[in-house]
Design a protein around this ligand. Structure first.
Ligand SMILES: NC(=O)c1ccc[n+]([C@@H]2O[C@H](COP(=O)([O-])OP(=O)(O)OC[C@H]3O[C@@H](n4cnc5c(N)ncnc54)[C@H](O)[C@@H]3O)[C@@H](O)[C@H]2O)c1
Length: 434
């Protein structure tokens, strides 16, 4: 479709060389068409990460526009909270990233852009690959084109995913206690860096991977200022995690509600988890150093110092609760990585960033937040209702039939099954840990 976009000659990227910064930020970042004091645009801004980013910016008195169609259940509570906390400094545009014209209007006002809006679940992408593509790939291209149509485009930070590296099944692993670890010492010490070959796996991996390539290329070919974060698991307040996405918050929510967890695979898969406050600091640093970082991709996560396996996280949860959460096991899900840890050294060296919140501290924080939240008025009206239904007197998540667990184990078999050390080859593959 022709959206009446104005054409501009390709711009060159002025990659000025600057000094690495510290975690102390100066607002505003690089200047833009809207002027450096204009509002900051966050697509998907009512979501989990968007809310935390918006809160940080608004607390520094920066006006923020949240461009969000509120399609994720529960995020309207985030929006209500941001409005109640920050008043008119925050504005909601109820648009869809598939709507190029609306995007084009809103980017004109922006001093900086963070692109977070997405179809976020691998599982949903298996059921709805075309919609997944439209939102993630086409939606991102719409945003890039909207930016390219401006005489001076504001800089863009894009949130990609570690899923672009595929299932990493070629990495040789070994078992250590309740977790997998790489046999290669360097990978064990540092995690996976940005030079790892891309291997898009699952429709979600493909749509985010394509978007990520476009964002990089629009810096190279058209001179837009862009940075891509390939992010590992992020967790923290305002996250309404479900079985399909946001597993750390999902585990905590289930445990708080005394509902059993389903573990896909053997529970020994390892992730580096990053507390959202640390991610927000990385976002601000990326914008602050945009002139130097533009066109680059960075792996962002908790890194080797902040890893956990699913079984280890359940142990931490037991400590927090004073009793073990109940769990059952099901088949591995597609594209699930048995081990993923980000090598964040490039971004750390470029900006001075470091994750500051350890796993135990971050989990404790999220647990307390969820506990308070569920006891509050907002929590009572949390939009879990459409996701849950009563079955045999127990609230059960409604899962599309295609991703229902086929191997269901009881709580009693939890440790037993884990100790058998099931491998990927012994189970049928569906879904993933996100
Ligand atoms: N949370 C993680 O662990 C993680 C890891 C890697 C990458 N990411 C990426 O970070 C971004 C934010 O993730 P999150 O965890 O905050 O997810 P989220 O689901 O909480 O937020 C996404 C927001 O986008 C909105 N949205 C969805 N489709 C839209 C559309 N078509 N138009 C406009 N708005 C739309 C939703 O309503 C929601 O508020 C996503 O791009 C996700 O792929 C997240």
């Amino acid at each position: 479709m022709n959206n009446g976009r104005s054409k501009h000659p390709p711009r060159r990227n002025g990659n000025a060389v600057g000094r690495p910064g510290s975690n102390g930020h100066s607002f505003p970042g690089p200047s833009s068409g809207a002027g450096s004091s204009g509002p900051i645009l966050i697509t998907g801004g009512a979501g989990f990460i968007g809310t935390n980013l918006a809160h940080r910016l608004l607390s520094a008195r920066r006006p923020v526009i949240l461009y969000d169609n509120l399609s994720r259940p529960g995020v309207e509570e985030n929006l209500a909270w941001l409005k109640a906390t920050h008043g008119n400094l925050v504005r909601h545009e109820g648009g869809d990233v598939r709507d190029y014209h609306r995007l084009q209007k809103v980017v004109r006002e922006a001093a900086q852009v963070f692109h977070l809006a997405a179809q976020v679940a691998v599982t949903t992408s298996l059921d709805e690959p075309i919609e997944d593509f439209e939102v993630n790939a086409r939606g991102t291209l719409n945003l890039l084109e909207a930016l390219r149509s401006l005489p001076k485009a504001p800089p863009l930070v894009f949130t990609s995913t570690n899923k672009v590296y595929g299932d990493l099944s070629q990495v040789r692993l070994r078992l250590r206690g309740d977790r997998y670890e790489p046999q290669d010492e360097l990978v064990r010490e540092n995690g996976f860096d940005e030079a790892r070959p891309l291997h898009f796996h699952s429709p979600y991996g493909c749509s985010k991977g394509a978007a990520c390539q476009y964002v990089q290329d629009y810096a190279r070919t058209f001179g837009l200022k862009t940075v891509v974060f390939r992010m590992s698991c992020i967790y923290g307040p305002h996250q309404f995690g479900t079985e399909d996405q946001g597993w750390v918050a999902h585990f905590l929510i289930r445990a708080l509600r005394d509902l059993p967890l389903t573990i896909y695979g053997d529970g020994r898969q390892v992730r580096d988890i990053l507390f959202v406050k640390d991610l927000v600091e990385a976002f601000l640093l990326a914008q602050q150093h945009m002139n130097r970082l533009s066109g680059q991709v960075f792996n962002i996560g908790g890194g080797p110092a902040n890893t956990t396996s699913l079984l280890e996280l359940m142990d931490l949860l037991s400590e927090l609760q004073g009793h073990s959460p109940s769990a059952r096991f099901a088949d591995w899900r597609p594209a699930d990585q048995q081990y993923y840890v980000s090598d964040t050294r490039r971004f750390c060296a470029a900006t001075g960033w470091m994750p500051r919140t350890g796993v135990r501290e971050g989990l404790n924080h999220l647990y307390q937040w969820l506990k308070d939240y569920h006891q509050s008025d907002a929590g009572r009206s949390l939009r879990l209702a459409p996701l849950l239904k009563h079955r045999n007197g127990e609230l059960t998540r409604i899962i599309p039939s295609s991703i229902r667990p086929r191997t269901v184990q009881t709580k009693r078999s939890f440790k037993l099954r884990a100790s058998r050390g099931l491998t990927r080859r012994e189970v049928t593959v569906r879904g993933s840990t996100k």
